[in-house]
Design a protein around this ligand. Structure first.
Ligand code: CP
Length: 310
């Protein structure tokens, strides 16, 4: 007998900003049951979904496809580079074209902030849209899978946790979704560390965070370290002096990690710039949860698709 899916009071999942704690916890509970391998009912049998990606992806696209297949959906994969986008077709015309084929779920990635919300606003009433990452704004399912990974490692009571985020917060949609989720789930202490050129100012992203520019000091006693990728594709020239300097000041090494709590965990959304924000020794070491994050991506995306479309 299948357990009911989580209540989703939203037509689309575009951001974690403002999503109630109860909804987040319900989605995480459901994702946990999928992660444990139970209850893979065909709740999306007869439903067609499309991964509509206008930016590259490995983890997000493939895990959404696997998640949809495991729920019994028919899955289409749209890749802008091999589509009529190259002939000038707009994103909204593309969505309406695929909607006309009977597709009801869209998982959309776009380089422009707000582009996914705009597509959702112009989609048909029965269409459901999931933001798979837009610009530097939001990556809600990455935020959810990071919370699931942290919860599995450290328990559901986040109020006991000190969490440190390191690196390019300014250009990171993952950082924004993670910080929103951590705050909603009542994290005990949030620290952020990075060069001032890569930290956002005056947009509320760092609300409630203790901001430090010395990584060794920032690491003292933390329970989890969330490393971020340098988003060079979204960066103006000159924000980082050199990759060697960045690694010297903000790269996570095994020696530095000893300043964190002995059982601290290390996370990174991927893809990794090895030797820049994190060394091989840490990325592949016993405290790394990076591949656990990837595995949890499938379970979280099953929970989200079930809640929106099931
Ligand atoms: N973390 C993440 O979004 O990875 P991809 O770009 O490979 O999907």
């Amino acid at each position: 007998m299948s357990a009911p899916g989580p209540a989703m009071p939203l037509a689309h999942l575009l951001t974690l900003d403002g999503v109630p704690r109860a909804t987040l916890e319900s989605l995480l509970d459901r994702a946990q049951s999928f992660a444990e391998g139970g209850d893979r009912r065909d709740c999306l049998a007869g439903t067609a979904v499309c991964t509509l990606f206008f930016e590259p992806s490995t983890r997000t696209r493939l895990s959404f496809q696997l998640a949809a297949q495991r729920l019994g959906a028919d899955v289409l994969s749209f890749d802008a580079s091999t589509s009529s986008t190259s002939k000038g077709e707009t994103a909204i015309d593309t969505l309406h074209t695929i909607e006309a084929m009977g597709v009801r779920g869209f998982i959309v990635r776009h380089k422009l902030d707000g582009a996914v919300a705009e597509l959702a606003a112009r989609a048909g009433a029965d269409t459901r849209v999931v933001n798979a990452g837009d610009g530097r704004s939001a990556h809600p399912t990455q935020g959810l899978l990071d919370m699931l990974t942290l919860r599995q490692a450290k328990g559901a009571d986040f109020s006991r946790l000190k969490v440190l985020m390191v690196g390019d917060v300014k250009h990171s949609r993952v950082a924004r979704s993670d910080l929103q989720a951590l705050r909603a789930l009542g994290v005990g202490e949030l620290r952020v560390c990075g060069p001032s050129s890569l930290l956002p100012v005056d947009d509320g992203t760092l609300a409630g965070c203790r901001v430090l520019d010395d990584l060794d000091a920032a690491l003292e006693g933390v329970d989890a370290v969330m490393m971020l990728r340098l988003q060079r594709e979204r960066m103006d020239d000159g924000l980082v002096d050199s990759l060697d300097d960045y690694h010297r000041d903000y790269g996570l090494t095994a020696i530095r990690l000893r300043r964190a709590a002995p059982d601290a965990v290390v996370m990174h959304p991927g893809p990794i710039n090895r030797g820049v924000e994190i060394t091989d020794e840490v990325a592949d070491g016993p405290q790394s949860l990076i591949l656990r994050q990837v595995a949890n991506g499938v379970a979280v995306r099953m929970a989200v698709l079930e809640a929106l479309l099931g």
